[in-house]
Design a protein around this ligand. Structure first.
Ligand SMILES: *Cc1c(COP(=O)(O)O)cnc(C)c1O
Length: 375
């Protein structure tokens, strides 16, 4: 069996530990999962009803043109359907964009501690990932990323991924930073710039801007959205892309004809129109974040103010040990050792009682685990 080294070197994705597995392993009844930035309110009731009504025709193939869903997105987001596409989660969009724009050995540029999918997709598509160090405050160094691009023409960088806001740090690039960045790398025909805005709807910072506002100005710009977070459809697997028509056209040639199943299309279509659910999801997120900030301050743990539905904080202890102790208490958070953070954890906002249980367990755990000794 001959397998290419890029594939052999891939490390399987480690998702948040499932609730059922934690219950089994630790002999627990009550387990709260605050590990995967999922919507704690569940799924929009309107989406669920639409899905129920669609159950009886699942003997049929889904609409390969995603017609109705794209009509709805077009109306709500204000872009012609020719500039819109959907995929099997933004995961699929990230993967296919890498396949489309990168020849083997060409470069994909992003930041240190950026969402992990860019690196995995690069490797799986035989491209080379390049990462620019973070700025102080765990922020993307937008100027540094542009500088890197221009300093390394020999790396043939074809794609730049900016997650804004970013996961796991929760940090964001400001309007000014986005504009300065696009002014430098925009409208080039040798590189595509992808803004992954999975947490767009949770942003409270007033100096944030969605890159969708610049799609008319720059022809090498792509914006990604997901239905996994605020819309509560993570299990259905669906993400969206707003892009120049030429990109959408090529994307539609590369994707599988039935990449988004019927129930996902139906659910997304209804969820988009459920304003009440979206607002409730925002409110519970913001309230939960403010609660986490207060508790983390009380516990003396540094945290990074977040524009997502999660917060990354420093346990000041070995995060693997903290994680294990939390699991024993039925709390699943996310250690982020795979991003190179040995003492940090990421916790997603849950329901009030889940947030409280998580912070109480954390307070307990801190007492039993010694402070991390920096080597
Ligand atoms: C959660 C997340 C996504 C969504 O991925 P899906 O495949 O659509 O579920 C995309 N980008 C970032 C940065 C995320 O954190």
């Amino acid at each position: 069996m001959k397998i290419s080294p890029e594939i052999l070197n891939l490390v399987p994705y480690k998702p948040g530990k499932p609730i059922s597995e934690t219950q089994r392993e630790y002999g627990l009844k009550t387990v709260y999962k605050l590990a995967s930035n999922e919507n704690p309110l569940g799924t929009s009731p309107k989406a669920l009803e639409a899905v129920r009504n669609a159950l009886d025709h699942q003997n049929l193939y889904p609409d390969p043109s995603h017609y109705e869903l794209l009509q709805t997105i077009s109306k709500l987001w204000g872009f012609p359907t020719q500039q819109l596409a959907v995929g099997n989660g933004s995961d699929e969009l990230i993967d296919l964009l890498t396949r489309i724009f990168c020849e083997p050995k060409e470069g994909v540029l992003t930041s240190v501690a950026a969402f992990n999918a860019y690196e995995v997709s690069a490797a799986a598509n035989r491209a080379t990932i390049r990462k620019v160090p973070l700025e102080p405050g765990y922020r993307f160094d937008m100027k540094g990323i542009a500088d890197y691009f221009f300093a390394h023409p020999e790396q043939n960088i074809r794609l730049i991924f900016i997650s804004n806001p970013n996961n796991p740090t929760g940090t964001y690039a400001t309007k000014q930073e986005v504009e300065d960045f696009l002014e430098r790398v925009g409208n080039r025909d040798d590189v595509m710039v992808v803004f992954d805005e999975a947490y767009n709807e949770f942003v409270r910072a007033t100096d944030y801007v969605s890159a969708q506002n610049y799609l008319g100005k720059y022809k090498n710009l792509i914006v990604l959205r997901t239905f996994s977070k605020i819309y509560g459809l993570a299990g259905f697997r669906i993400g969206a892309m707003i892009a120049p028509t030429e990109v959408v056209e090529v994307f539609n040639r590369v994707r599988k004809p039935f990449n988004v199943n019927d129930l996902a299309q139906v659910a997304a279509n209804a969820a988009l129109q459920d304003k009440e659910f979206i607002e409730r999801s925002q409110q519970i997120c913001w309230k939960g974040l403010d609660y986490f900030y207060k508790k983390l301050e009380e516990l003396g743990l540094p945290y990074i103010p977040s524009q997502g539905n999660f917060v990354m904080f420093d346990t000041l202890r070995d995060a693997a040990k903290v994680n294990e102790a939390l699991l024993r208490r039925g709390i699943i958070m996310r250690p982020i050792l795979n991003y190179g953070f040995k003492t940090h954890m990421r916790v997603s906002v849950g329901l009030d009682n889940e947030n409280e249980a998580a912070m109480n367990a954390l307070a307990d755990v801190l007492k039993e685990i010694p402070l991390f000794e920096k080597q």
